[in-house]
Design a protein around this ligand. Structure first.
Ligand code: ZN
Length: 655
């Protein structure tokens, strides 16, 4: 009775809700018109990066808040997953949702949250270990690093200038794929620290004069600087187009390039391996952060006009892989903090997203460096009146940082001595690529083949295994954390072992042949079942012994039922329906068969395979009923005839 009442209450509630939403008018208006009216009402101009054509907003004017432009915009735009970005007091840009780009207020909330996760170096170290592990996984860097070749770099003639030299290089990374750049070397003898300078998305890339001035000056001051192209930019464009740059693959390749260049540089006798830094601006700064997380060999880092807690970098080469999802959610400020206590200098300015650094990211970094009593090792040079570039003041900040960290010569930051070279001089492969090696790949499709999507599938499947094991264990209500953990781990191991065996043993390993019982050709499903039945017995035994160690027999059965989606009970119900006078002795025998089926079926991956195992035992059950004086065929026909008759009756009633 109670259930009926609840049902009735639910129906009444649903009716009220549906009535509430079915006024005769929805007060709809075209989105474009509503936004235009908001602009007029609040006296601001709206710039559009989205197409509002054909988009209609219901209850339009009711969403306007006369006291707040931004609340009105939020109410209207949220419906379409659009957002606004304030450009100045009188101008707002309407944009689509962007996952890497948030607002400073989000950054503040995120840093406040992150700060609650660690209160000292012990807790921070746990978090750091997680970040360093999961960033690698999210970036999928390790599988690609393993695919690299180790061929000799192609080096150009050395060009000699006042206090420094320049030499171009091309290093083969993946077979047939090259990263090109230039090495700026001090003229002074002996070993020098090395500064990796990944390029940002600047006009003319690494060839522009801001960039050349910085590399050459740092070399004159005593450090070896390595500047190199973005993927799909500069000479890389001879191999893949700019379109390839705008992919998540670029994110992985650029980091692979940086690590490969570092490998090469550290084989050279003129490099001091105790002084290894990364410095880059904008998109190059995003690379600095990632390189510093991924490789312990870096000893100093200087991300320039890039680091923020609310912006991961707007190009797929910076945020194409879901790095910011590591360890439940992170951002570039926290990733940079994993570098503590090693020296880092963050260069920021007032006219881009780094405007928040003095208030948000720098104090956050100081706190983490404080865990190591190394506050002096983190610095921020903020240029409030400057914009997004690598201009002279930012370069001076870089020079000063390396004077203090690498002991560079403080008397030599004199850019007037630098010769800005023409782009042609800086190329390894010639203006038209005439010097490209014979094995060079010249299309993105060939490059993409190295990025195995299976790895991604495996991560998702691991997550799925984890989830299933968690849900099943939870439903046992064990009230014992250790027990739960053991049971969960036994199940996860088993699910993964079954999956891996299945994935690594294709049905094609079983010869095409006939089923000796029926004489029929083996189907692909038959062959799948056969190959899966050859997996080591230990897989099954580990599951059963593991479960029985902590669970009662009833609980073990419950887990097996989860694996087989309750097929034992469901099939048994079917037998009761088809054989209404089933004796308790018959029931016991059939139940025994079905439980055997269940225990066997848990070692199969797909539902089709699991059903195929149950079919074997259903046939056994039906043969048993026949041997017990019944006629399965007739009973089954009677049952299906009865169902058909009922259906016909119901159809008649509807008419
Ligand atoms: Zn990019």
């Amino acid at each position: 009775m109670k259930r009926i009442l609840i049902g009735l209450a639910l129906i009444i509630t649903l009716t009220i809700i549906s009535e509430a939403q079915s006024y005769e008018t929805q007060f709809s208006k075209p989105l474009g018109k509503v936004l235009q009216e908001i602009g007029t009402r609040f006296n601001v101009s709206l710039k559009f990066e989205v197409d509002t054509t054909g988009k209609v907003i219901p209850f339009a004017d009711f969403r306007i808040r006369p006291y707040s432009l931004e609340e009105s915009l939020t109410n209207v735009l949220a419906l379409f997953d659009y957002k606004f970005v304030k450009q100045d007091e009188k101008t707002y840009k309407i944009k689509g949702y962007e996952y890497p780009r948030r607002i400073a207020d989000d950054g503040k909330k995120m840093l406040t949250y992150l700060n609650t996760l660690y209160k000292d170096s012990l807790e921070w170290n746990v978090r750091k270990a997680c970040l360093r592990k999961e960033v690698r996984e999210k970036l999928q860097i390790d599988s690609i690093l393993k695919k690299r070749v180790n061929s000799k770099p192609i080096l150009s003639e050395i060009r000699k200038y006042d206090g420094y030299t320049v030499q171009n290089f091309a290093i083969e990374t993946l077979p047939g794929l090259y990263v090109c750049g230039s090495i700026y070397n001090p003229l002074s003898k002996g070993k020098h620290g090395v500064i990796l300078c990944p390029n940002g998305h600047w006009t003319d890339g690494r060839y522009n004069s801001d960039e050349q001035n910085r590399f050459a000056t740092l070399a004159r001051m005593g450090a070896t600087c390595v500047s190199y192209d973005l993927f799909g930019w500069g000479e890389s464009e001879l191999q893949v187009s700019y379109t390839a740059h705008r992919t998540s693959v670029a994110h992985i390749i650029q980091i692979m390039n940086g690590l490969t260049i570092l490998d090469y540089m550290l084989t050279r006798k003129d490099i001091d391996a105790s002084k290894v830094a990364a410095n880059g601006g904008s998109g190059g700064g995003s690379q600095v952060v990632l390189l510093s997380v991924l490789d312990d060999r870096f000893t100093a880092a200087c991300p320039t006009v890039s680091l923020a807690s609310h912006f991961d970098g707007g190009c797929p080469c910076e945020s194409g892989m879901p790095v910011s999802l590591a360890c439940g959610g992170t951002n570039n400020a926290e990733l940079m903090a994993t570098f503590a206590p090693k020296p880092v200098c963050v260069i920021s300015e007032g006219k881009d997203w780094t405007a928040s650094v003095p208030e948000l990211e720098y104090p956050y970094l100081q706190r983490i460096y404080g865990f190591y009593n190394a506050g002096k090792n983190v610095s921020n040079v903020h240029l409030p009146t400057e914009g997004h570039d690598f201009g002279p003041n930012k370069r001076n900040a870089v020079y000063n940082f390396f004077i203090s960290t690498f002991g560079l010569n403080a008397n030599l930051p004199d850019e007037s001595k630098v010769i800005v070279e023409p782009k042609e001089a800086m190329l390894s492969f010639g203006v038209n690529g005439e010097k490209m090696p014979a094995n060079a790949i010249c299309d993105f499709k060939t490059v993409e083949k190295y990025f195995n999507k299976k790895a991604d599938a495996k991560i998702n499947s691991d997550i799925d295994a984890e989830k299933r094991a968690q849900t099943w264990t939870d439903s046992l209500k064990l009230n014992d954390k250790d027990k739960e953990a053991r049971v969960k781990s036994v199940i996860i191991k088993h699910i993964k072992a079954v999956r891996d065996w299945n994935n690594e043993h294709s049905y094609s390993l079983v010869p095409d042949g006939i089923n000796p019982l029926t004489g029929n050709q083996l189907s692909n499903l038959d062959r799948e079942v056969i190959i899966n039945s050859t997996k080591p017995k230990s897989v099954h035994e580990a599951l059963m012994t593991g479960l029985r160690k902590d669970l009662t027999e009833d609980q073990v059965e419950k887990v097996l039922d989860f694996y087989t989606v309750g097929k034992v009970a469901f099939t048994m119900k079917g037998y009761h329906a088809i054989v209404p006078d089933l004796t308790s002795e018959e029931e016991a025998t059939i139940l025994g068969f079905l439980k055997e089926a269940r225990e066997m079926a848990v070692d199969y991956k797909s539902m089709k395979q699991i059903s195929a195992i149950f079919e074997i035992y259903k046939t056994k059950s039906e043969q048993f009923l026949n041997a017990n004086g019944r006629n399965w065929k007739i009973m089954y026909k009677t049952y299906t005839d009865m169902l058909k008759a009922k259906k016909a009756e119901a159809a008649k009633a509807v008419k």
